[in-house]
Ligand binder design. Structure first.
Ligand SMILES: [Zn+2]
Length: 389
């Protein structure tokens, strides 16, 4: 487990009445590779003179994204006069919402935006502004997903219930044979589900996926409630004061679907593809791999050479670097990637990459189709040969 995860887990277990450590998994094995990799990346920053957080580029990028969000919202609600202006502005606003998620709140939620905790906290709350919850995200993404990538029952990102089968050990239903077709439509509902259902469901049940988590209390609860009030006022309250309910629902749907498709696409290409492994504990509570090797076996980069995609998706095309160094700002991923890749090659550790965004999409499609078929090739799925990339 990463030092960050250990620290955060210990910190939150102390503060919480819920014993989230009850079914924790322990990673095992030699950590020499991780120590050497960390040393080389630290050396890279020492030589370059760059700071790992508080990058001027990041502040400028945040200003551009937040200005695009505010401008497209104001133009859509107060100035759009024709249907095509409404659709165009909705698409821009939906894209800005996804950009806030990819770039600003994701870095900040991982404490990778700034050295100052208060700046990270405020930037992470941009997620509450656009309809999510920074508190629940911390548990769902930074804690369960990042620590236990692609482990069924622990990584809530691969727990879609009966909707889809993402991992070989998950139960297959008959309708999964069509999941490589219908899931693309459901991805469009990702943001709608977050806005109207997921956070409330998680708070009420006290669970995320199959895992329990402590409900927010004190300041966390205040941020949660205020965040929902602000979001519902912006998304529905204010627009309804100027437009009919049909108009508001129509353009809200467009904004949410654009954001949802973009968010789902980028997330799925990182772990739910053919190149990624889906390991199981060798015995209850035990993974027979060091944490860093587990991250490399379950995580896949895409389109590393595209500066445009890197800018748009907040460096999430460098998911390997993000998973190994979640506290380094994403603007540095392209420069540390060669260090990470060379060290992986040297230590004979996998480093998976899809060359382009479309190659990643194709791999996700094939993985969905494979998981939807009856009797996929048995245990070998968890031990797939490493493709030469
Ligand atoms: Zn992350």
């Amino acid at each position: 487990m990463s030092p960050e995860s250990i620290h955060r887990t210990a910190e939150t277990v102390r503060a919480s009445p819920v014993d989230v450590s009850a079914d924790r998994l322990k990673f095992n094995g030699d950590n020499t590779f991780q120590r050497e990799l960390r040393r080389r990346v630290e050396e890279h920053f020492r030589r370059s003179g760059h700071k790992q957080r508080d990058s001027a580029r990041m502040y400028l990028k945040s200003a551009i994204i937040l200005a695009t969000f505010a401008a497209s919202y104001v133009l859509l609600v107060f100035f759009a006069a024709t249907w095509w202006q409404g659709l165009l502005l909705s698409a821009v606003l939906g894209s800005a919402v996804a950009q806030i998620g990819f770039n600003i709140q994701h870095d900040a939620g991982h404490q990778a935006y700034s050295e100052h905790r208060w700046i990270n906290n405020w930037m992470a709350r941009t997620l509450d502004l656009v309809g999510g919850s920074s508190y629940i995200w911390h548990w769902k993404h930074a804690h369960y997903h990042h620590t236990y990538v692609n482990i069924d029952g622990h990584d809530s990102d691969i727990s879609l219930g009966v909707l889809a089968r993402f991992a070989p050990m998950q139960k297959r239903y008959r309708h999964h044979r069509w999941q490589h077709l219908y899931m693309w439509l459901l991805y469009g509902l990702t943001a709608v589900s977050w806005h109207l259902h997921d956070d409330f469901h998680d708070i009420i049940t006290g669970t995320i996926g199959k895992r329990r988590f402590p409900r927010p209390r004190g300041k966390d609860l205040v941020v949660f409630v205020l965040g929902k009030l602000v979001f519902f006022t912006l998304a529905f309250g204010l627009p309804l004061a100027f437009h009919s309910i049909g108009t508001v629902v129509l353009y809200y749907s467009v904004v949410a679907m654009v954001a949802g498709v973009l968010l789902a696409m980028v997330f799925q290409l990182a772990h739910a593809v053919e190149e990624a492994a889906f390991p199981s504990p060798s015995e209850p509570g035990r993974i027979d791999k060091p944490w860093a090797i587990h991250q490399l076996e379950t995580t896949v980069n895409f389109a590393r050479d595209s500066r445009v995609i890197t800018w748009l998706v907040g460096g999430l095309n460098f998911q390997i670097e993000h998973h190994l160094f979640p506290r380094i700002s994403h603007v540095h991923y392209p420069t540390i990637a060669p260090v990470v890749e060379a060290t992986c090659r040297e230590y004979d550790v996998p480093y998976h990459t899809n060359r382009s965004f479309s190659a990643g999409i194709a791999s996700h499609y094939r993985w969905l189709r494979r998981m939807g078929r009856p009797d996929p090739a048995p245990a070998s799925l968890a031990l797939k040969p490493i493709p030469q990339t």
